[in-house]
Design a protein around this ligand. Structure first.
Ligand code: TRP
Length: 342
């Protein structure tokens, strides 16, 4: 692998609870594919998770589980850099520096902050407010060219771009201005099974609303059987009139690799029950190898630690080189001991 010839891609997920089928089909599966064409960094953003109060033991467990899930889904440490945000101190350091280039008004406009402040009224901490600055630091530290983002993170990426442009305007072209990478594989966003006009979210309260990657086959079947549809009684693709049925068709297509036309050919003369069961079966076929690999990987904590340490080593080297240049540009004398030879 020659990272320098490939565009750099950065993405991250918070170690807060398990991933859903929506996370897999909408994000992780694309990450796995991107490893072939991009110089990828995949980060477990544990510092971001601290913006909401966490139980330390549970957090540590979630960090290892998310790492094992990355690997189980096909993220390969021989191709990509997989690491923990807190292992590379340059993230927190650059976040401080970038905070001085970010306006209060810009942060106040962030819709995710407004939503989270509503949800966590008793703990609207400053970290929740400056969260997008840390995310900008994650991205800019690696001169990232492309960031795969879902709808909910677009505004944060836009802010990272604005910060980079502002900094470059003052000190020269030190940061790469990152671009969003919009998924092109045509997989529509997976919707909540109980409320199919909303996206499937890992924070949804109802268990039946979301399929988790580690659900047992029986749980997956049960959730699809109970999925909300409608009373029209025909299988058609119409997101407006039949969001539940359309969601099932989309999931079946994404899980099997078939087109929408093929899905309609297969199901249009059948009843909803058949579509539900076959979608559950397709999802189980997709998830079974991931679940199996996950359980073996997750049991080997020493192996996971080794992967993370090796990833941190690589990430640290790259991040410190960029951080050194930024400190220099700002007029802060850097310590040779730390930044030499980079
Ligand atoms: N904020 C992102 C989320 O909650 C996670 C994240 C942190 C991230 N840093 C990132 C995503 C950098 C992409 C790039 O989904």
């Amino acid at each position: 692998m020659k990272p320098t010839h490939r565009p750099t891609l950065f993405s991250g997920a918070q170690p807060t609870g398990q991933l859903t089928l929506g996370n897999y089909l909408g994000a992780m599966r694309t990450w796995v594919r991107m490893q072939e064409s991009h110089d990828c960094l995949f980060c477990v953003v544990d510092l971001h998770a601290l913006t909401v109060r966490q139980d330390p033991r549970q957090l540590q467990e979630n960090i290892f589980e998310l790492t094992a899930l990355y690997l189980a889904c096909g993220i390969d440490p021989a191709k990509s850099t997989i690491f923990l945000q807190s292992h590379v101190s340059a993230h927190a350091e650059l976040a401080w520096l970038l905070a001085t280039f970010t306006q209060m008004g810009e942060l106040e406009r962030m819709t995710q902050f407004k939503d989270k402040a509503q949800q966590h009224k008793h703990n609207i901490n400053a970290g929740l407010f400056t969260y997008p600055i840390l995310m900008a630091a994650d991205i800019l530290l690696y001169r990232t060219q492309q960031v795969p983002v879902g709808e909910d993170q677009k505004q944060h990426l836009e802010l990272a771009r604005d910060i980079a442009i502002r900094f470059n305007g003052l000190y020269g072209p030190l940061f790469q201005v990152p671009e969003p990478l919009i998924s092109t594989d045509g997989v529509a966003r997976v919707k909540d099974l109980q409320n199919p006009t909303k996206k499937m979210s890992k924070s949804a309260e109802a268990d039946l609303a979301k399929v988790m990657l580690l659900d047992t086959p029986e749980m997956v079947l049960k959730k699809f059987k109970k999925a909300v549809t409608d009373t029209l009684g025909v299988i058609r693709y119409d997101e407006g009139a039949q969001p539940g049925v359309s969601n099932l068709l989309n999931i079946w297509c994404a899980a099997t690799g078939h087109s929408r036309a093929e899905a309609l050919e297969q199901f249009s003369h059948h009843q909803y029950g058949r579509l539900k069961v076959e979608t559950a079966e397709a999802v189980n076929a997709l998830l079974e190898p991931i679940r199996n690999r996950f359980h073996a990987l997750n049991a080997d904590r020493e192996g996971l630690r080794a992967v993370l340490e090796e990833g941190a080593e690589r990430a640290r080297h790259r991040a410190n080189a960029v951080l050194g240049q930024i400190l220099d540009a700002l007029g802060l004398p850097t310590m040779r001991q730390r930044f030499s030879g980079l």
